[in-house]
Design a binder for this molecule. Structure first.
Ligand SMILES: [Cu+2]
Length: 731
């Protein structure tokens, strides 16, 4: 981010989610004194600068979409270049310009949350419901170092509803909302509630939601098995302000008793988390100080839903904990300096309990035991405004990533060396697990990476109707625990379980993996009318070279006892390999005019290519896609007709035996009617023409494979037509 021309002090704060509350005050007072007298009432729509490469999505822009989906990640679909690896109903993995999942830095209210599952079933955005959101900031490619770290593709910062305070000392304000909705396809019933009470200096808010979704039907009316889910989220948010200080303390807990994953062998049968998040923000003579300390614990379990058949208990116990310190100071009238320090520590136990009277026993299978991943980072970022037209940002970040794990063991041998035998066990499984576990345990598991990120960007605003940005960056991501430490070469029982790609291949890790380093060049041209009200055209070409991209090759491990696996699938080994990703994002809007209300068209087009240096295509690269929205706004009635067009996926990864998908076009209609100040009715039809289509990034449907008959799995079916309705009442 580079400062805007109208106020360097506004820019000073604009990148820090915590600081948004202070933005208004700083804009008006900071020119005379950096010390604010009183914290303002926090408004959702407060001045928020757009991010340089990416987008800010505010609450108001989520409104007509809010009940169409339970998956917070999918609210990002309006950002050009963003797509999704789909899986469970609330756990899709966002992709920015071809880079997905752990390659993005995703923070929920400033907390870094790791997917604590060998299938990445519980990514950060699955812990917050769309109804709890205030704002999402998306940064693509050239991410400010203050927002990045341990990521190469971009950053997504989501912020939940912010505390509100009463204006007068003696006043006590209360507010709240109750919403409920129903979606026909999948018989989805959802509700959310929010209640707040606040004085001039203290505030307390409860927010919660629940959703029960059945299996959805595809466009031909056939059920997609194991696509159902049930989610409950709760959060209690406390805030206290005192002159120039703001303290917040949030407690959140989640219970997902069920979330099916049609594109995995496994399904989520239990996910309970508890998070504590305490933050302080203070305004000092020298600038703004923001600090945060947080912890989230999660217990996660998997098994196989009856419609997919089989049994295999899997269990995860994990925690994320960390702190963040950020100081922001206007060191001269033209220069703003940020200094920051962050620590993040992730711990993981990932074991698969023995199943009595089966070959999965008599001991538990230890996939990762005592896994630790600790990141410690220091960074500095300088914003400089040269004149009304030109501003720059320079950033440097140094991050140490330390990882370690304990010894492991398969179903038949325990870590203490005892070797179990039982009726019906397979001598092949015995042998393969023992060979691999012994080899892994003989190695030193400790790794230490020292990662350096650098960014430089410039913004040039020649006049009120044009803005140009250019940025270059070096970004680094260290491997995750499963990429380094999963150890069993056995494909069917172990390798297939360590898969967060939805492709039903088998994966095994490598301790020797190096961090991946991306060099990015990105430019944006933004043309619009002088008031930025009537039309806008934005084009962003980008080019990334990734050194040591974590890719795969066929597993050539000589272990002779490797079992068979699903027909047409591959046994793969993680490797470092150089890769390139490049493409262009285009977006625009045009106000058509007035005819019984306001009419506007908006559109996004995204194109990306990804190849590895051996000439293969990278996996799950979204084909050319476009979105056109015709929006109508007539005071109390807001409607949109959206067309989503996706080309066929022709360029596929050979090493992953990726399957092609055909192109398709979908039409969605959504409407919001403000029945009164307090009551809103939402109506919509998703996939209006009930088109049957295959998800280009959905992977393969597990249940479509037939092991006995040697039938390979086929691509994942998308959801058919759904008629949706929701009611929202403010009080
Ligand atoms: Cu899982």
């Amino acid at each position: 981010m580079t400062p805007t021309q109208n106020s360097c002090c506004k820019a000073l704060l604009s990148f820090s989610p915590l600081a948004l509350a202070l933005t208004t005050v700083f804009s008006s007072h900071a020119a005379t004194s950096p010390v604010i007298q009183q914290l303002p009432t926090i408004e959702v729509e407060a001045t928020i600068d757009d991010v340089t490469f990416g987008k800010t999505i505010k609450k108001s822009e989520q409104a007509t979409d809010a009940f169409a989906n339970d998956d917070t990640a999918t609210l990002l679909k309006q950002v050009p270049g963003v797509s999704f690896y789909t899986g469970g109903g609330v756990s899709s993995l966002p992709v920015i310009n071809g880079l997905a999942d752990d390659r993005l830095k995703i923070a929920v209210d400033g907390m870094t949350i790791t997917s604590a599952c060998p299938n990445h079933m519980n990514p950060a955005l699955s812990y917050i419901a769309p109804s709890a959101l205030d704002q999402i900031q998306v940064y693509a490619g050239v991410v400010p170092v203050s927002q990045g770290g341990d990521s190469i593709g971009g950053a997504i910062q989501v912020r939940s509803l912010q505390p509100q305070f009463a204006d007068a000392e003696t006043e006590l304000i209360t507010s709240g909302n109750f919403s409920s909705y129903y979606r026909g396809n999948g018989d989805v019933k959802g509700a959310s509630a929010r209640a707040s009470i606040a004085s001039a200096t203290a505030s307390a808010t409860y927010i919660g939601n629940t959703v029960d979704a059945g299996n959805y039907k595809d466009g031909d009316g056939n059920i997609v098995g194991a696509s159902r889910y049930k989610v409950r989220n709760h959060a209690l948010k406390l805030a206290k302000k005192h002159v120039n200080d703001l303290y917040t303390f949030d407690v959140a807990w989640q219970d997902i008793p069920l979330q099916g994953f049609p594109n995995q062998a496994m399904d989520m049968t239990y996910n309970k988390s508890l998070s504590l998040n305490a933050a302080y923000m203070g305004d000092f003579r020298w600038g703004l100080l923001e600090t945060r300390v947080y912890r989230q614990n999660v217990r996660h379990k998997m098994d196989i839903l009856p419609e997919k058949g089989g049994q295999m208990p899997m269990d995860t116990d994990a925690s994320d904990a960390g702190y963040a310190i950020l100081a922001t100071s206007a060191i001269t009238a033209q220069q703003t300096l940020k200094l920051g320090n962050e620590l993040h520590q992730y711990r993981l136990d990932d074991w698969w309990p023995a199943l009595p009277n089966s070959f999965m026993g008599p001991h538990d299978f230890w996939n990762i035991r005592d896994g630790k991943r600790q990141r410690f980072a220091l960074f500095s970022e300088l914003d400089q405004q040269y004149n009304a037209q030109l501003s720059t940002q320079l950033g440097a970040r140094v991050e140490q990533v330390k990882m370690n794990t304990g010894d492991v063991s398969g179903y038949h041998s325990a870590a203490d060396g005892s070797y179990g035998g039982m009726m019906g066990k397979s001598p092949y499984l015995d042998a393969t697990y023992k060979i691999d576990a012994d080899a892994f345990n003989a190695k030193d598991h400790r790794t230490r990476d020292l990662n350096v990120d650098l960014t430089a960007s410039a913004r040039y605003i020649p006049d009120a109707s044009q803005t140009f940005d250019i940025g270059i960056a070096r970004k680094t991501r260290s491997p995750n625990l499963h990429e380094r430490y999963t150890w069993s070469n056995e494909a069917m029982m172990a390798g297939l379980m360590n898969n967060w790609f939805g492709d039903l291949n088998s994966y095994v890790g490598d301790i020797q993996l190096k961090p991946e380093v991306a060099y990015s060049l990105r430019m944006t041209g933004d043309w619009h009318d002088a008031s930025n009200q009537h039309w806008q055209f934005i084009i962003t070409p980008f080019y990334n070279v990734v050194e040591d991209y974590i890719n795969v090759r066929l597993n050539t491990n000589p272990n002779p006892y490797n079992m068979s696996m699903l027909a047409g699938r591959q046994s793969l080994q993680f490797i470092n390999q150089d890769a390139k990703l490049y493409g262009v994002d285009v977006s625009g809007k045009y106000v058509l005019g007035q005819l019984a209300g306001n009419w506007e068209v908006r559109s996004n087009i995204a194109y990306v290519r990804g190849t590895s240096d051996d000439g293969d295509h990278l996996y799950n690269i979204m084909p050319l896609n476009a979105r056109f929205v015709l929006a109508h706004d007539n005071g109390a009635w807001h409607s949109s007709l959206e067309t989503e067009i996706v080309a066929g996926k022709e360029r596929v990864s050979a090493v992953r035996a990726e399957q092609k998908t055909a192109g398709y076009a979908l039409v969605h209609w959504r409407s919001r009617i403000d029945l009164s100040q307090a009551v809103q009715l939402n109506l919509g039809v998703e996939n209006l023409f009930d088109r049957n289509y295959r998800l280009p990034l959905g992977g393969l449907e597990y249940a479509s494979a037939d092991m006995m008959m040697g039938v390979a799995p086929s691509t994942m079916r998308g959801i058919g037509r759904s008629i949706n309705a929701g009611l929202s009442v403010n009080f």
